[in-house]
Design a binder for this molecule. Structure first.
Ligand code: SF4
Length: 416
């Protein structure tokens, strides 16, 4: 299951999870016929018969995932649920499945398959700590690329050493190790693509590993993009290597310009007063910066948020992406807000990061949503887009055209 609107999916890569699950099953059961289906590309055909249905869900796709699970179970099909929403809410998911998977499936799915074939599958399997060497390359032949970004994504290191309180993916993979570099390089070579996106939540999170990886990537003569924390902007060695290895874009989690808000979500390692310097350093290495902001953290004020469009220009960010803080059920942040009576919406389908599902501290939920819409609209007004394009230092027209196209794309993304 994949929550993405039809348009926003064009800005993201096809879901790797389905291909990875297929690869895990194929390794153990090479003769099985496997069909992977992502509802962004194609709706589920309930008239088809399957022996086993495995569904991976995020919070906004949980309700749809449960409907699908219930429908197949009514037909007598054995149904499993996994994914981060199941990991954080196994008891809720269990009401809709015969078996639930908590955490990554690298070890638990093979264990389940043995039990399933012996007729004694358990109701719950724990993923445990996955070693990098055991993370398989996804079977991309099973993933539909329709309606997605055409560039392939690769995972080298799924973990992150940080503990931002709203981040579920890194918590799920915290214990996991990075994949052997030779496996990652072999996978990239097999893709035969000149552009690759690293889907690691924090590419430079393990500094020494990222250095070794970039040295090997340099030999491939490709271009790549990835995600990073803003402190990479102060690490000359990493930036030089990133440039040499073909990095031309980084998605940087700036989140807020309010240091107290950053501290409140355990992201105090971001120093808001040094963003400009860091962004300039990154851009001086020929790397575009796509800055991400989360709106509605405690300590955020209306004035802070309304000022974001101006700050985006002031900081020199090439592209900015905004989302509303969304406490994911099952996490510490959600539990705390629930205890404080601040969760106002428990329909998981609304946990899309476009809606306020909680009471923020500095404004009403309605005000937060209005500000969110304003920030997208104002940041991507033609006046502001042209301001950013004019500041692109490249003498050639192509960088400006690419910048304009990307800004236009984000303008429509924000209008959805
Ligand atoms: S730095 Fe990024 S990936 Fe790491 S915990 Fe924070 S939000 Fe998650």
């Amino acid at each position: 299951m994949s929550y993405r609107s039809r348009y926003s999916s064009l800005f993201t890569y096809p879901p790797l999870t389905l291909g990875t699950i297929a690869a895990i099953i194929e390794k153990q059961q090479p003769t099985w016929e496997i069909e992977a289906l992502d509802e962004i590309s194609r709706r589920v055909d309930f008239s088809k018969e399957y022996d086993l249905v495995m569904i991976t869900i995020t919070t906004p796709t949980a309700c749809r995932g449960y409907d699908i699970a219930d429908t197949f179970r009514k037909k007598g099909t054995y149904v499993c649920l996994g994914g981060y929403h199941t990991t954080y809410n196994p008891d809720e998911a269990k009401a809709h499945a015969d078996t639930v998977f908590v955490g990554p499936g690298e070890y638990s799915i093979p264990e389940f398959l043995i039990d399933y074939l012996n007729g004694n599958a358990k109701p719950k399997y724990e993923g445990g700590c996955v070693l990098g060497k055991d993370i398989l390359a996804p079977d991309r032949s099973k993933i539909s690329h329709k309606k997605y970004l055409k560039y392939p994504a690769v995972v080298a290191n799924p973990g992150c050493p940080n503990h931002c309180s709203y981040c579920v993916i890194s918590q799920m993979w915290r214990e996991a190790g990075a994949r052997p570099i030779e496996d990652v390089i072999a996978e990239i070579k097999s893709l035969k693509s000149k552009i690759v996106i690293f889907f690691d939540p924090n590419f430079f999170g393990d500094r020494e590993y990222s250095i070794k990886l970039m040295k090997e990537v340099t030999k491939l003569h490709i271009r790549w993009a990835g995600s990073a924390t803003v402190d990479v902007g102060f690490d000359e060695e990493l930036l030089e290597l990133a440039k040499e290895s073909g990095c031309n874009g980084l998605l940087v989690g700036l989140e807020s310009l309010n240091q107290a808000a950053l501290m409140g979500v355990r992201k105090g390692f971001n120093k808001a007063d040094r963003y400009k310097e860091a962004i300039e350093n990154i851009k001086n290495h020929g790397i575009m910066v796509n800055g991400c902001f989360v709106l509605g953290m405690d300590h955020d004020t209306k004035e802070d948020l309304m000022d974001l469009p101006r700050q985006v220009n002031e900081l020199g960010i090439n592209l900015a992406r905004f989302s509303i803080l969304t406490p994911i059920p099952g996490t510490e942040m959600y539990q705390k807000m629930d205890e404080e009576g601040r969760i106002i919406d428990k329909n998981w389908a609304n946990y899309t990061q476009h809606q306020a599902v909680f009471k923020p501290t500095g404004m009403t939920p309605q005000e937060l949503e209005e500000i969110y819409r304003y920030v997208w609209k104002e940041t991507y007004s033609y006046r502001n887009i042209f301001k950013r394009i004019r500041r692109i230092k490249s003498k050639g027209i192509s960088a400006k055209l690419i910048g304009f196209g990307a800004n236009l794309g984000f303008k429509y993304l924000g209008m959805e």
